[in-house]
Design a protein around this ligand. Structure first.
Ligand code: GLU
Length: 158
């Protein structure tokens, strides 16, 4: 069963997220990942993922020295695959193409194939085989400056 961690605060975000994921390891998982908002608005979200243990993810995170000082809001996930193989592209978080939105998700989106087909027709390029990734792309379609409204519009479609 997947695990989800979110953090907003003044501590080093990647450390808090990795610690949170370690505490959730008992739930079982096949891959893990984190995403952090940029320090400068308008820049891309930083997303780091890895197959296997949280220790593998921690090693991957060390390759991004800027993450060892960033205190921006972040999310993290340990995945239990239902749609798509347990590999790095399918690990969460999932982002839209412009990396403005990052999503972690627990469960199954039954109508994801219809949504994905529609999004591909509109020019979206998918990076994974998961059902979850449609949410990031739908957010980028629905966002007009207010995240809560965009999220409400997305949830209606799921
Ligand atoms: N259905 C999603 C996937 O396969 C979420 C799995 C989970 O709950 O960890 O990526």
């Amino acid at each position: 069963m997947c695990g989800i961690v979110g953090y907003v605060g003044n501590r080093i975000t990647s450390e808090v997220l990795l610690d949170g994921l370690k505490r959730l390891e008992y739930r079982g998982y096949d891959s893990a990942g984190i995403a952090l908002l940029p320090e400068t608005p308008g820049k891309e979200i930083t997303c780091v993922k890895s197959v296997g243990k949280v220790a593998n993810l921690a090693a991957e995170v060390r390759k991004y020295p800027e993450l060892s000082r960033m205190c921006t809001p972040g999310i993290a996930h340990t995945r239990w695959a239902t749609h798509g193989a347990p590999n790095t592209p399918n690990a969460h978080p999932h982002c839209d193409e412009k990396k403005r939105f990052a999503v972690v998700h627990n469960g199954i989106i039954d109508n994801y194939l219809d949504l994905k087909k529609h999004l591909i027709e509109r020019g979206h390029v998918f990076a994974s085989d998961t059902d979850s990734e449609v949410v990031a792309h739908l957010l980028s379609e629905c966002y007009q400056g207010d995240l809560l409204s965009a999220l409400a519009a997305v949830v209606k479609q799921l």
